[in-house]
Design a protein around this ligand. Structure first.
Ligand code: FAD
Length: 381
């Protein structure tokens, strides 16, 4: 259940591990959306097409004869967990975790405060999030959080239309950002730069934006990477501090947008007027998931909202081994096909083809269909 990276990697692990003798495995990969790939499509930033290229590996799985995709089938809406669990020999819960976490401060409910998921899902064309913030009035932006999602949000707001030309950002979102009168973007972290969880490539990219100058107060950078961190973490943090020191040498006013990193700053209250847009990038929560015999969880649904796409591979492969061990001692269920009719891989490929064709006309990788009616219509042929 769930056609994001962890679901696909679980299917991959099952197929790799089941090549030994035994009954043929049949895998249904089910998602509530008409489109597969979870956060690769709806979360990963639209200007990072290299990261999104992972879907080519997932497409190969969809082409396997014993793997089926079923979109537009939501657990909770179309089926209950109990029905799914009863219908299959094993169920893998791969439904992710994307409810925006709350800061828990007064003012958080003001209309100019956006959770990062709602914001990113909008510009990535998720059909449940078709309205974005009113950017026509936005001069000052606060991005709260010190992880890569905060960098994504700040970068996407800072980039020029030219820099976004080869992206698959939803055209309306791209046009709204390009026209916004943004002058300042503050990236706000409650701890010091030595604790930020930015990866260095993403941080360094903030120094190469055409219309924004990255700025940081040199005084905030007296820290060093914590000595008790494991080596790769210490290296990452040391590199980040070097990158930030370079930003400290930049000149405010050198480019139209000031992109400031503010450390040791904890928002106590959000007021009207201080910022025109506040985007909180402080992680995600989820809903209660089923447990029981023959039920396994992978990815963000299992581990919580941390880890990149590759993290899910090892995790899902390990769980796939447990699933295979569970299946080994079972008499396979037979009888009726448990999968109700709906959007299959061919339906998704019709959406894919239509989006790529629309994009080609404008030199973009794709232009997404963003409303349920169009997605269902195109998928249905
Ligand atoms: C904004 C953002 C940017 C990111 N950028 C990067 C990046 O650049 N590089 C990187 O490596 N990682 C990135 N990540 C992390 C990466 O996206 C995750 O590690 C990965 O997507 C988690 O995979 P998953 O399969 O567990 O969950 P998801 O990708 O969330 O997939 C879950 C799937 O389950 C479906 N689903 C949910 N509920 C139901 C239901 N009730 N019934 C049926 N289906 C359901 C959803 O529609 C979805 O397709 C980013 C994450 C976010 C939030």
């Amino acid at each position: 259940m769930g056609a994001g990276p962890s679901g696909f990697y679980a299917a991959d692990g099952l197929l790799r591990g089941s090549s030994v003798s035994g009954p043929t495995l049949h895998i249904d990969i089910i998602d509530r959306l008409p489109t597969p790939f979870g956060l690769v499509r709806a979360g990963v930033a639209p200007d990072h097409q290299g990261t999104k290229a992972i879907v080519r590996q997932f497409e190969k799985l969809l082409a396997q004869p014993n793997v089926r995709f079923r979109g537009n089938l939501e657990i909770g809406r179309d089926k209950t967990w109990d029905e799914i669990i009863a219908a299959y020999d094993a169920t893998i819960v791969a439904t992710g975790m994307v409810l925006d976490r709350k800061l828990g401060v007064p003012g958080e409910e003001l209309p100019h405060v956006w959770g990062s998921w709602r914001f990113v899902a909008w510009l990535n064309g998720h059909p449940d999030f078709r309205t974005g913030p009113d950017l026509g009035v936005v001069k000052r932006v606060a991005v709260i959080g010190n992880g890569n999602v905060a960098l994504d949000v700040a970068r996407l707001l800072a980039k020029s239309a030219d820099e976004m030309a080869k992206s698959d950002i939803v055209p309306e979102a791209g046009a709204a950002i390009a026209a916004a009168p943004i002058e300042a973007i503050d990236i706000i972290g409650r701890r010091g730069p030595e604790h930020a969880s930015f990866t260095n490539n993403e941080l360094a990219e903030m120094g190469r934006l055409s219309r924004a100058v990255a700025l940081v107060d040199a005084k905030a950078l007296e820290a060093t990477a914590p000595a008790d961190d494991p080596t790769p973490e210490r290296l990452r943090k040391t590199k980040n501090l070097d990158t930030l020191r370079a930003f400290a040498g930049n000149t405010a006013g050198a480019k139209p947008i000031a992109l400031r990193f503010l450390f040791h700053t904890t928002p106590a209250e959000i007021r009207q007027g201080e910022y025109d847009l506040v985007v909180t990038c402080i992680g995600y929560g989820g809903t209660e998931l089923p447990k029981g015999e023959g039920v396994f969880a992978v990815g963000w649904a299992r581990r919580g909202p941390s880890g990149t796409i590759p993290t899910n591979r090892a995790d899902s492969h390990a769980v796939a081994q447990q699933v295979l061990a569970w299946l080994k001692d079972r008499v396979p269920r037979d009888g009726v096909d448990p999968l109700p009719p709906g959007i299959d891989a061919a339906g998704w490929q019709r959406i894919d083809k239509a989006e790529i064709a629309a994009g080609a006309a404008e030199g973009r990788p794709r232009i997404k269909l963003t409303d349920w009616a169009s997605l269902l219509k195109v998928a249905g042929g």
